[in-house]
Design a protein around this ligand. Sequence first.
Ligand code: FPP
Length: 245
Amino acid sequence: MHRIIKEKLPRHIAVIMDGNGRWAKKNMLKRGMGHERGAESVRTVVKTCRELGIQYLTLYAFSVENWQRPKSEVRALISLLETYLKSELVEMKETGIRLFTIGDTEKLPKTVRDLLFRAMEETSGNSGMVLNLALSYGGRDEIISAVQGILRDAKLSNIDEKTITKDVFSQYLYTADMPDPDLLIRTSGEYRLSNFLLWQMAYTELYFTDVLWPDFSKDELIEAIVDYQRRERRFGLVSDQLSKD
Ligand code: FPP
């Protein structure tokens, strides 16, 4: 933890938690065990981010594409999510974590939705860290739903097309009012965005590691943050312009 510069922490970290299946195979276990161990890494990363003072943590827990996995695996993932929501609520309350969710949550079974909304409600007054779970999430779906929202509002009141700026558009996304991610971490040696936060990651620093998600530890997280802190974020400007600020 000492290697991290407190003043240069990423405000928002997003994570594509990949490699649970390969971890299980490598350890001659069933895929479900990989997800179970993956849920342990979730606990570790949430706890560490909270301790470090990260303000927003977005985890890609279930994509829209994941619905197409074998039914038994979808069930196992949903059930892990239920277990997680039940077991972590007390800790979230104690540590000041505010739960939030992005995605087409209407598609989730009612039991999960009830648990989610209860946890969101009960943690809504917390200001320590926003834990944002991407569930039934797809970046392209999110953009389309933003366009639909704008068109709906346009029908209700006469919106001048010129008023649709980047800031206005952002307000129609699931992540309205959240800062864009500063750092994206993807595990398991895959170099893709996989339909995750497509609009929001325009200037996000990308960090890829070969470590499989169930093996992703506190030290790995710190390594990713230290790597991020070594980078110069220019947002399309040149170095000199940044140092003048
Ligand atoms: C990718 O591994 C991971 C997922 C599809 C889901 C992520 C879920 C968890 C980490 C566990 C539950 C989450 C919470 C929030 C409690 P993969 O199955 O695609 O791995 P593979 O590419 O090696 O097959």
